[in-house]
Design a protein around this ligand. Structure first.
Ligand SMILES: [Zn+2]
Length: 325
């Protein structure tokens, strides 16, 4: 956060003081009590919103695995784009002598760190990679829409903040692959629904053009394309004072993942794609910033995911934002 966010900071401090929020390590947050009930209600609303986005295209929900093969991220061009965030999953060496040293060490946690086998999987940095991988080398007979949710991992050094920028956080996504028209309509409807939900939750919101923080010079051409072609938009929710948080993003990937994963339309051309992604904890934080930490002050959350022209009309002007693609 580049500016103060008093509403959000006060709410997080209140939850900590009540013992409803705790952080065993930077960027890893636990919740219980009223805060957890609210988080779960918001999670259900986002799930309903994403389900509505995919159901109108005949799509469904998938349960995705908790880790990804590294080869999937390689195929997605991830390593040139966002290597700075990546967290890998490694198990211990299966060498009995190495395991014996760990088991008998006076400092077994330290010993375990030096007994790791090379990492075989990545903890997902976004939910939609699972979908592209599962549809790899398929030919689609029409638009394909899927909603998925998973814990995503992005390591951001010293920048982690409770509920705002987690090392681990919950991402709900709706993903669509198909022809340009279907994908464009899907992105539009996702945008409308996200704004409408913010309005129903009593949270001021606006969409703004955004660009991913691509890492390698080779990937920065994609950043330029994103900006010039307006392929990425973020839903910014206020956190108090002048600060905002990017709580959702609408990402139009054009044919990038269709080409990368060999996902084709019936005419043999690569499918276009888009995803609409929601950060569950960021919605929770914005709700707390808007309504305070006391459950007695919270409006009802259930049943909010309906489009509303009013919410679209209430979009406001730019401010400093905390973003996450
Ligand atoms: Zn995505």
């Amino acid at each position: 956060m580049s500016r103060s966010a008093d509403g959000a900071a006060r709410a997080v401090a209140a939850l900590r003081a009540r013992g409803e929020l705790w952080e065993p390590a930077p960027g890893l947050v636990g919740l219980r009590g009223d805060a957890l009930a609210l988080r779960n209600a918001i999670e259900r609303e986002l799930a309903a919103l994403a389900a509505a986005c995919v159901h109108e295209l005949g799509g469904d929900e998938w349960l995705v695995p908790p880790a990804l093969p590294l080869a999937t991220l390689e195929r997605a061009g991830y390593f040139a784009s966002f290597p700075h965030w990546l967290t890998l999953a490694s198990h211990l060496s299966d060498d009995p002598a190495a395991l014996e040293r760990v088991a008998s060490s006076a400092r077994p946690a330290d010993a375990a760190r030096s007994a790791l086998a090379p990492a075989g999987a990545a903890l997902p940095p976004a939910a939609c990679y699972h979908v592209y991988a599962a549809l790899a080398d398929a030919t689609l007979d029409g638009p394909r829409a899927v909603t998925v949710q998973c814990t995503c991992w992005r390591h951001e050094g010293e920048r982690h903040r409770a509920l705002e920028r987690g090392w681990a956080f919950t991402m709900r996504e709706a993903v669509c692959l198909g022809d340009d028209d279907a994908v464009g309509r899907f992105a539009e409807r996702g945008t409308e629904r996200a704004l409408a939900l913010a309005g129903t939750l009593g949270i001021g919101a606006r969409f703004a053009l955004a660009v991913d923080p691509f890492f390698a010079p080779t990937a920065r051409g994609r950043a330029l394309l994103q900006r010039v072609k307006a392929l990425k938009h973020e839903l910014l929710l206020p956190l108090g004072d002048d600060a905002e948080v990017a709580a959702a993003s609408v990402n139009v990937h054009e044919r990038f993942f269709g080409e990368s994963f060999g996902i084709l339309l019936e005419d043999g051309t690569p499918a276009s794609g888009a995803c609409v992604a929601f950060g569950v904890e960021r919605w929770l934080l914005a709700f707390l910033a808007a309504h305070g930490p006391d459950a007695r002050d919270w409006p009802s959350v259930e049943g909010g995911s309906r489009p509303s022209a009013k919410a679209v009309a209430e979009s406001r002007e730019p401010r400093a934002a905390s973003r996450r693609s």
